[in-house]
Design a protein around this ligand. Structure first.
Ligand code: FAD
Length: 430
């Protein structure tokens, strides 16, 4: 029997977050005719998606030039693709350490600077920043001491409004015929459905909490930090981790003074963005070593909480870092209440490489898009092309993205601090 044309095959994508939506849109707009997406939340953007947020950094400096090249491709799309460009704000990226940062943290910034300073794409776009005068010249609105801040400013970078991007891509998917099932009964996947073939077990679909069975030729898992709920064996190479996110509310007048400021990452403290254009909120995140959740999850896995309300806090130390940052940069807000505090969950690998591959032993029926490691959103405009290549070639030729049965060895270089277990970590007060 002639094999079904690849583009006529039915494709079932589990998860309508960043990777799931990017894949659905790319495949559907490139001739795939039969795509269905299942999502546990009753709305898109999903409140469980790591990308459902005011903003995410879009920058191309990486310790690994492989990702620099990809991020530059993605930035071109952010600048020019009519679906993405309205959500991209090229405010630049100020990447520095404070006076008190340990030498090791300062070295990391130096490495990032080295990765782009002589790169042809960044000619004339990168400037060294050395101390208060340089910082205040670049951003006069920073009225705190910013003493000893040093690092660099990269103008070929900025942020994407991530919730709005998810919304746009969802609507674009609907407009080209992608089917969605949302919510606990029809969209939340409880288990995968398998059948036995001669040489392998084949995944043929997914069963939702309401008992609905969705069958398809290819099943694609795009479940973010929750993927190990459905395939626990991925826990050998990937860990569900979270960082805390918090905001402060500005008035429209206050916000107007900070329009267009660069994304500012004080690596040993926290990073923040220009005030959101709609809500006037400033968003902050202390990007330390991130938190695991082994004591809550089962089977030796670290997974996100099931209920959103359980993630509505940040660790007390994160608040300390954010307030230290505010004292140094915008002291007038140093005591303002932190609002909308929550944990943001992502799928972390020790080498920060994505996992984009067929799940072994499933006869090519099951694919996994995981291991975003906290740097996947920027790739959204090009991510679907990675998946189409995999489907077309039938195997992952990029070793970095292959399924691995053990934890990768190389440690992440871009985190400030070690990973900690969430249980027992004091929480920031409400
Ligand atoms: C604090 C924080 C800051 C970040 N900052 C940046 C940044 O500055 N730049 C950047 O590029 N990236 C950043 N990221 C990373 C980015 O958000 C992720 O790389 C991206 O969201 C990963 O996409 P995903 O589709 O794998 O997961 P998600 O976007 O989390 O989507 C997973 C989806 O699966 C759904 N789901 C889960 N379980 C089920 C189920 N059983 N059935 C059905 N649906 C289910 C969820 O509801 C969700 O919609 C950050 C992440 C965090 C946490």
């Amino acid at each position: 029997m002639a094999s079904k044309d690849q583009k006529d095959q039915s494709i079932l994508i589990l998860g309508a977050g960043c990777f799931g939506l990017a894949t659905a849109y790319h495949l559907a707009s490139n001739g795939y005719r039969n795509i269905t997406v299942l999502e546990k939340d009753s709305e898109v953007p999903s409140r469980f998606s790591a990308a459902n947020d005011l903003n995410k950094v879009i920058r191309a400096e990486y310790a690994d030039p492989f990702y620099t090249t990809l991020a530059l491709d993605a930035i071109k799309k952010w600048q020019t693709d009519p679906l993405y460009s309205p959500h991209y704000h090229q405010t630049g990226f100020l990447n520095v350490t404070s006076n008190a940062a340990p030498a090791q943290t300062k070295q990391v910034i130096a490495k990032y600077f080295a990765s782009i300073k002589d790169h042809p794409s960044f000619v004339g776009q990168v400037e060294r920043m050395n101390g208060q005068n340089d910082i205040k010249k670049l951003v006069p609105a920073f009225n705190g001491p910013v003493e000893g801040w040093s690092g660099y400013f990269n103008s070929l970078a900025g942020y994407g409004h991530s919730a709005d991007t998810l919304k746009t891509i969802h609507e674009a998917c609907l407009s080209i015929g992608v089917k969605f099932y949302l919510g606990e009964a029809d969209g939340e996947v409880e288990s995968l459905v398998h059948t036995s073939a001669r040489h392998a077990t084949i995944c043929v679909g997914a069963k939702t909490r309401g008992g609905k069975i969705h069958l398809a030729d290819k099943i694609i898992l795009a479940l973010g930090a929750g993927v190990a709920n459905l395939i626990p064996r991925i826990g050998k190479q990937m860990t569900g981790r979270c960082w805390g996110v918090a905001h402060i509310q500005l008035t429209p007048t206050e916000a107007s003074q900070f329009r267009g400021i660069p994304v500012t990452n004080v690596r040993d403290l926290a990073f923040f963005f220009e005030p959101d254009h709609e809500t006037n909120k400033l968003k902050f995140c202390h990007m330390g070593g991130a938190f695991t959740n082994y004591s809550w999850s089962k089977d030796g896995l670290s997974l996100p909480f099931n209920n959103l309300s359980d993630s509505n806090f940040i660790p007390a130390n994160d608040e300390v870092y954010i307030r230290q940052l505010l004292k140094q940069v915008l002291p007038q807000f140093a005591d303002r209440p932190l609002i909308d505090k929550h944990l943001c969950w992502f799928a972390d690998t020790d080498d920060s490489d994505y996992i984009i591959d067929f799940v072994p032993g499933m006869g090519g029926s099951l694919l996994v898009l995981s291991g975003d490691s906290g740097h996947g959103f920027k790739m959204m405009p090009i991510f679907g092309s990675f998946v189409e290549k995999l489907l077309t070639e039938g195997k992952q030729s990029q070793p970095k993205w292959q399924w691995k049965d053990t934890k990768p060895k190389q440690a992440s270089v871009w985190r400030s601090g070690e990973s900690q277990e969430l249980a027992g970590v004091p929480r920031s007060k409400l």
